[in-house]
Design a protein around this ligand. Structure first.
Ligand code: FAD
Ligand code: MG
Ligand code: MG
Ligand code: MG
Ligand code: MG
Length: 552
């Protein structure tokens, strides 16, 4: 049976209905999800099994539990324990999986163009039709235009973790050879992490644990003081998106553990055996430095995937953010036909209007006092009310700013105890420039996936009746369901047998072993399945009893 061809490129069109009753299946809307990561899987988890023909398209046939990836690189956890087959997750909704890469979307034809290599290694392309499309393709590693990244390792997926693990073990073994010179051994044992965000910090911490806990036992030849771990960070502090207390705790902890933190430093080039970077000194002078590397991890943030970039370009003026696909507050892709296409997770950002909403708050305040907004003098107590609202809605971004309280006094230039309209405008501009996007976290992708599941469930129940009555201009999303609101449940990072929590609103905690267990239980609860939970629990137990498996 030859598939039908069509669309702008006249490619084969894959039509798949998986249902016992094909006639019935054909009446259901086709829901196509691009990506089987945190966003896509959260959506699958809460979607009613009977309402849609579900197809997931992804080059990876597994869901990856990313928060534990740094642990897997050093053998604290088995790599297998962190993945869950997508087909297994899909079976609940009788869904269909296509292992391929989305290349493009033809919005007016409602077709996704996908590519895959066939058994001869030749690329094949075809279309997958949709009624509703969810883009959840995540993000790519940001190269920042640095030379020599082929000499560095990344930590995005399971293969990366496997390669890192092998490399670390290989370096330790080489360092033990009697023929290895002192200088070469120092280089082999010099581990450099470029990027002081949560991934880099957690990797450095896990590596330190490994070197400290297992090394002396299994590699008695290696002297502890020949091993060095360095973190290169471009900003003034590591974990700089977290609360101040958290990043300070992390820095002190690393100082005690002799993990070297190099701040205000920019990597220029990664060579096979050394890394070259510039560091701004306290007196403002920038000097160039280098470190020998046996291993270098590149984890300096994320950038959009090729697909996201292509779609953003295609949608032209409706997409103005350089870092992510913009959606409205109902998570519908801006510029695409209303209600057809959604974007969630790392690949997306919800357009927000913080400044607008603050200004309208101030207007109301002014009118309620019977004065013109332009003549309003904002007292500190008024500011507090505004700040509460901003904090609630943009907790992650607020950590980038100084305490909102402090901002009030900083922008009260004439020290009158009130902010006038001009002072307020400057303050709002600063806030607006920082509050551009939601955090690129599993937590956010998960919330957005669940949001869409609940909305789609409701739409399936209601759409026929609504459409028949033609209520509210066809804006079904807005008619049946509330806008998406992000709830910040805090962030955590793991640092050398302890965990730090950033709970937002100025709350933070740091602690020893109890915190590690609290941290693990949080991720246990977020984890997708009982299977994954059991596997990880067994890994931790095994490690506790026997130490890590240092084989590769
Ligand atoms: P992803 O989970 O990345 O999923 C994207 C999916 O799309 C993948 O299945 C991918 O194969 C697929 N895909 C890619 N391109 C295409 C294409 N062209 N067509 C079809 N499919 C495609 N977040 C936290 O909240 N807490 C943490 O502790 C934490 N730790 C992390 C540690 C590491 C090492 C890493 C890398 C990330 C960590 N994160 C953490 C971030 C978190 O993993 C991401 O924010 C989250 O994965 C985003 O979910 P997503 O669904 O948008 O994308
Ligand atoms: Mg996803
Ligand atoms: Mg993932
Ligand atoms: Mg993490
Ligand atoms: Mg003033």
């Amino acid at each position: 049976l030859q598939p039908r061809r069509g669309g702008p490129k006249n490619l084969p069109i894959a039509e798949v209905y998986i249902d016992d009753d094909e006639a019935k299946a054909k009446t259901k809307p086709r829901l196509v999800i691009l990506g089987g990561g945190w966003g896509g899987v959260a959506l699958l988890k809460d979607l009613n099994p009977d309402d849609y023909n579900v197809t997931v398209i992804s080059p990876a046939n597994y869901f990856l539990f990313t928060p534990m990836l740094p642990s897997a690189t050093v053998g604290t956890l088995e790599l297998r324990s962190l993945v869950e087959p997508i087909r297994r997750i899909l079976s609940r909704v009788n869904g269909h999986f296509i292992r391929a890469k989305a290349e493009d979307v033809e919005f007016s034809h409602k077709l996704v163009e996908v590519s895959q290599l066939d058994h001869k290694g030749k690329e094949v392309r075809f279309y997958v039709p949709y009624d509703k499309l969810v883009i959840a393709v995540g993000s790519a590693t940001n190269p920042h235009g640095v030379k020599g990244l082929e000499n560095a390792f990344f930590l995005k997926d399971i293969n990366d973790a496997r390669m890192i693990r092998n490399k670390v073990i290989q370096n330790l073994e080489l360092a033990c050879l009697p023929t290895t010179s002192d200088e070469e051994r120092k280089r082999l044992l010099s581990f450099v992490v470029s990027g002081g965000g949560p991934t880099g910090v957690e990797f450095a911490a896990e590596l330190y644990d490994l070197l400290n806990e297992d090394l002396t036992r299994h590699f008695p030849r290696l002297l502890r003081n020949e091993i060095s771990v360095h973190i290169i960070q471009s900003r003034g502090h590591i974990l700089n998106t977290y609360d101040e207390t958290v990043s300070k705790y992390a820095e002190e902890r690393f100082a005690r553990d002799q993990v070297e933190v190099l701040t205000n430093s920019r990597v220029k080039e990664v060579q096979p055996d050394k890394i070259i970077f510039s560091q701004k000194q306290e007196d403002g002078i920038v000097i160039t430095k280098e470190l020998p590397i046996g291993f270098c991890l590149w984890s300096t943030g994320v950038s959009p995937t090729a697909l996201s970039q292509k779609l953003a370009n295609k949608l032209g003026d409706s997409q103005t953010n350089r870092h992510a696909l913009e959606t409205d507050t109902h998570l519908r892709l801006n510029g695409a036909p209303l209600g057809d296409v959604y974007a969630i997770g790392d690949c997306s950002t919800v357009q927000n209007n913080v400044a607008d909403s603050i200004v309208s708050f101030l207007r109301k305040l002014a009118w309620s006092r019977g004065i013109e907004p332009e003549t309003l003098q904002l007292h500190f107590s008024d500011w507090r009310t505004v700040a509460q609202d901003v904090k609630k809605r943009f907790p992650q971004a607020v950590n980038h700013l100084k305490r909102l309280d402090k901002l009030f006094f900083e922008f009260d230039k004439d020290q009158s105890g009130t902010l006038d309209f001009g002072e307020l405008r400057e303050l709002l501009n600063q806030i607006d420039s920082k509050l551009t996007s939601l955090p690129a976290t599993a937590q956010r992708a998960h919330q957005q996936g669940l949001y869409l599941a609940h909305k789609f469930n409701k739409m399936a129940k209601i759409s026929d009746a609504m459409l028949a009555n033609d209520i509210r201009d066809g804006d079904l999303d807005a008619a049946v369901y509330k806008a998406f609101e992000y709830r910040h449940l805090g962030s955590l990072a793991y640092i050398g047998n302890s965990a730090v929590f950033d709970l937002g609103e100025g709350w933070s905690m740091a602690g020893g072993l109890w915190a590690v267990y609290a941290w693990r239980s949080v991720y246990f609860a977020q984890s997708v399945s009982f299977r994954t939970r059991s596997l990880m629990a067994m890994d931790w137990m095994k490690r506790g009893l026997f130490g890590r498996d240092l084989v590769a």
